[in-house]
Design a protein. Structure first.
Length: 205
């Protein structure tokens, strides 16, 4: 169980730093999207080194395998358009809209789009494989089928956002950090507080 001091501070300490950075400029948004791309099928504790390599080598980085490279190149090529859309969603607190917008980035499904949005201060979360295990949900529950009609796709995103908001972004952030701390490939992040702080550390902001 999370110590009371960590429950009170982790999200409120680290999330505003990431959100301010991501909302400050198109390049800030690129940093947040890059961070999330690095978490796909990789240990959280490896993200810092991945980001260093990507900043040095760009789209040629060895860490941008599979669809990640397409996602990274897409956000680089379209950062102003996505950023403008992001600010419009922020202005109207349109959480469904921002998740839908972010899913246009290759390699970002609904869950990872939710993660980007969460890091940008929106009230949504990343129901990743760890959270699905906690919830007892099948992986298909959060998958978006590219063949699905737009209205059905948007409804599934809306349902996802509604579910996340029942407990809120802060709850999902703090409990996820607690759940993954010191597990498997995250041995260098032994506490929930270190897991949370590592997000800011890895971004070097």
């Amino acid at each position: 169980m999370l110590p009371i001091c960590e429950v009170c501070t982790m999200y409120n300490r680290d999330m505003p730093v990431m959100a301010k950075h991501g909302l400050s400029s198109p390049d800030g948004l690129v940093d947040i999207v890059t961070f999330v791309l690095c978490t796909i099928q990789q240990p959280l504790q490896s993200v810092g080194n991945q980001i260093v390599d990507i900043r040095a080598n760009g789209a040629d980085s060895k860490h941008l395998f599979g669809a990640k490279r397409n996602g990274y190149q897409f956000i680089l090529d379209n950062k102003q358009t996505i950023y403008d859309g992001l600010l419009e969603c922020k202005k109207h607190n349109d959480v469904i809209g921002v998740v839908e917008l972010l899913t246009t980035i290759p390699s970002l499904g609904m869950v990872k789009a939710g993660f980007v949005a969460q890091c940008l201060g929106f009230n949504v979360a990343c129901l990743d494989s760890h959270n699905l295990t906690r919830l007892g949900w099948a992986a298909s529950a959060t998958k978006l089928d590219k063949k699905t009609k737009p209205e059905v796709r948007r409804k599934k995103i809306a349902n996802y956002v509604t579910f996340c908001q029942e407990k809120g972004a802060e709850y999902w952030w703090n409990t996820w950090c607690d759940y993954v701390a010191d597990k498997g490939t995250n041995k260098r992040l032994p506490t929930s507080d270190k897991v949370s702080a590592y997000h800011v550390e890895a971004l070097a902001i």
